[in-house]
Write a protein that binds this ligand. Sequence first.
Ligand SMILES: [Zn+2]
Length: 271
Amino acid sequence: MMNESRKTIWIRLAVVLFVSVLMVSTASAQKTKRKKAALQPPPPPTVTAEELKELNDAATQSRENLITASNTYRQSLERLLALQQQDEKRAAELVEKRKQLLELGIIAKREVTESEQLLADAQAKSAETGKQLESVDHLVAEVNAAEELSKLPPEPQGTFRSTGMLVRFVGLSRWNLSDFGKVDAFYRLKFSKPLPVSSFGQSETHNRLGFNHSNALDVAVHPDSVEGQALIGFLQNQGISFIAIRGAIPGSSTGAHIHIGPESRRISIKP
Ligand SMILES: [Zn+2]
C-alpha cells in the first residue's frame, strides 16, 4: 500500500516536472519563432513583478523618446516657420511696392496680381507649418494624458471621468472617422462656424513620431471654453468616446484640445 502511494506521488511529481519543462521550452520557442506562435494558442500570460517593472520602464522610456522626438521636430518646425514668416513679410512689401508703381503707371496690373499670388502662397505655407506645430503640441498632450490614464483602473463603457488635466468619456457608440460629419454639423448649427479640426486621422506628424491616430480627430478648443463644454455635452449625449485635455503640462493650456475617437497608441519605438 505504502509503496503504491509513493509510486503515485513520484508519478505526479514527474508529470508536474514534465509539464513545467514543456511550458518553459514552449515559452522560449515562442520568443524565437513568433510566426509559429500565431498558429498555436499562447500559454496563459504570467507576468512577474520584475517583468511588470521592466514593462513600465519600457513604457516610460518610449514616452520619453516620443517627447524628445516631438521637441526636436517642434524646433525644426519653429525654424522653418521663422523663415516662412520672413518670406511672407518680403512678399507683403513687394505687393505694396507694386501697388504704388501701378498707381504711378509704371507697371501693369498683372504684376500686382502676381505679387499678390506670391503673398497668398507664402501665407498658406506659414499657416500649414503653424498647424503642424499645433499638431505636435496636441500629440505631446495626448502622450502625457495616456500616461495619466494608464495609472487609472480600466473603465467600463459609458463612464465619464474628470481629473485635473483631462476628461475622459468611454462611449457606447461605435465610432468611425466618417462620423465626423455629424459632429461638424452640430458645431456649425450651434456656433455658425465649422469645427476647428487641428488633426484629422493619421497626419504626417503622427507618422513621423510613430503614433497611431488613424481613427481619431483633434478639435482645437479648450475643454473648459463655451465651445468645449457644448462639444463635450454633445459627444457624451451621442455616446462618442473622447478625451478632453486641458494642456500638455499642468499649469499651461498649450496643447489643450478635444480628441474624438479611441485613444491613440504608439506604433513603433524609435531610438
Ligand atoms: Zn488626438
